[in-house]
Ligand binder design. Structure first.
Ligand SMILES: C[S@@+](CC[C@H](N)C(=O)[O-])C[C@H]1O[C@@H](n2cnc3c(N)ncnc32)[C@H](O)[C@@H]1O
Length: 380
């Protein structure tokens, strides 16, 4: 792998950038990560409808001791973040009793599955293992270099791709498009859902899942009104609403109406309340879930808050770390904190034909009322 390290510290910032260039020969060093579409100059489509590119450039940014994939996405992509995502993935497996999705997946016949913002790729790789007839395309703007992608499954393809590109350019449609944990990552969900609709086969499913134990999603019954938690939650709220295109809340993209507005039907919500902490002591399953969620929360709190808060200019990294430590104690001491997890699924209709038929009938009724023949000018 060619790594050109252009590490430079910017004045006044605890920040480094590093260019990683990968040439064609060494592409496997990055687990066959390739950049898709959005960048027409460098991306080519394979016969199977996935994309490859001969050269890609990934710029890692080091800031306040964490590694980020670029200047804008707020979460790091370092080892600590990867571990957190691995734990959350295990929580999901428990919540779904070992299943990977609430959406139906075609069995025993070839199908195409797209995992947007795949992160280290746990979900994509396990889908590829569970459905060997499926081709799984796992995309991200970031590279997690020690994820399960190293397994190199022949039916799981990792690609660098920005889901916020105005037009996606996959050659073949998908049977399932999956998003998990992308709260705060994507701003224009309307466009993303429209692109998903366009890139699904008729009858295909979209699934959007939110698990992140972000401060908004925690219910904290024994919270002291003067808690550090409240201070942090309110600082995060004002720091993160600026860019949000819908209504300023991190989970607004889970509203079913957004999916129906893009044409999806049979939109369903599945809400699960998961304990956060060591407090459940009567039920072994709840107790394990609570502990795993707590570990993920403790690991992720700084990751969630550091970049958004320091970017406001009102917080130093050390202030953020300090309050995060205090909040961790408050959450760990809670005797009833929970996190809500939501799955939303929707289906692309089989055909627009009934819709067209209804329009045709309305037109005919209108023309009847006007004593005109719907067959057009020759009938007048
Ligand atoms: C919290 S992680 C979730 C990872 C994975 N879906 C999971 O559940 O483990 C969010 C991921 O979204 C990716 N991401 C952020 N902005 C993106 C974009 N515009 N297009 C594609 N992926 C993006 C990040 O790089 C990160 O890997």
């Amino acid at each position: 792998m060619v790594q050109s390290s252009k590490a430079h510290a910017e004045l006044g910032h605890d920040r480094l950038t590093q260019n990683i260039e990968v040439d064609e020969e060494d592409q496997h060093d990055l687990d066959s990560v390739s950049q898709a579409s959005g960048d027409a100059e460098v991306a080519d489509e394979d016969d199977d409808g996935t994309s490859t590119r001969s050269q890609l450039a990934v710029q890692a940014v080091y800031e306040n001791g964490r590694r980020y994939c670029n200047d804008s996405y707020f979460m790091p992509n370092d080892d600590a973040e990867q571990t957190r995502l691995n734990i959350i993935h295990q929580v999901f497996l428990m919540l779904l009793d070992g299943e990977l999705t609430k959406a139906p997946v075609p069995q025993g016949r070839p199908c195409r599955i797209l995992d947007i913002g795949t992160g280290p790729g746990d979900w994509a790789v396990e889908m590829g293992e569970k459905y060997p007839d499926a081709q799984v395309i796992a995309t991200d703007i970031s590279v997690f270099d020690a994820g399960p992608a190293v397994l190199g499954l022949p039916n799981v393809h990792f690609q660098l791709d920005d889901a916020e590109a105005a037009e996606w350019s996959y050659q073949e449609p998908f049977e399932l498009i999956h998003f998990r944990g992308l709260s705060g990552a994507l701003r224009n969900w309307e466009t993303v859902y429209q692109q998903s609709f366009k890139n699904l086969r008729a009858g295909g499913y979209i699934e959007v899942v939110e698990s992140e134990p972000d401060l908004d999603a925690i219910v904290f019954p024994d919270l002291d009104p003067n808690s550090y938690y409240n201070i942090l939650a309110s600082a995060m709220k004002s720091a993160t609403t600026i860019d949000n295109a819908i209504d300023g809340t991190p989970r607004c993209h889970l509203q079913p109406s957004l999916l129906t507005a893009s044409g999806f039907i049979d939109v369903r919500n599945y809400d699960i309340t998961v304990p956060l902490g060591t407090w459940p002591n009567n039920d072994p399953r709840q107790s394990t879930l609570g502990k795993m969620m707590l570990i993920a929360f403790l690991e992720g709190l700084e990751a969630h808050c550091l970049r958004p808060l320091t970017a406001t200019g009102n917080w130093t990294a050390s202030n953020v770390r300090d309050i995060c430590e205090k909040v961790k104690f408050e959450v760990a001491a809670s005797k009833g904190a929970t996190v809500s997890v939501r799955f939303v699924t929707g289906r692309k209709p089989m055909s627009h034909a009934p819709h067209r038929l209804r329009h045709q009938k309305k037109l005919e009724a209108l023309l009847d009322g006007m004593n005109l023949d719907s067959s057009g000018p020759s009938g007048i």
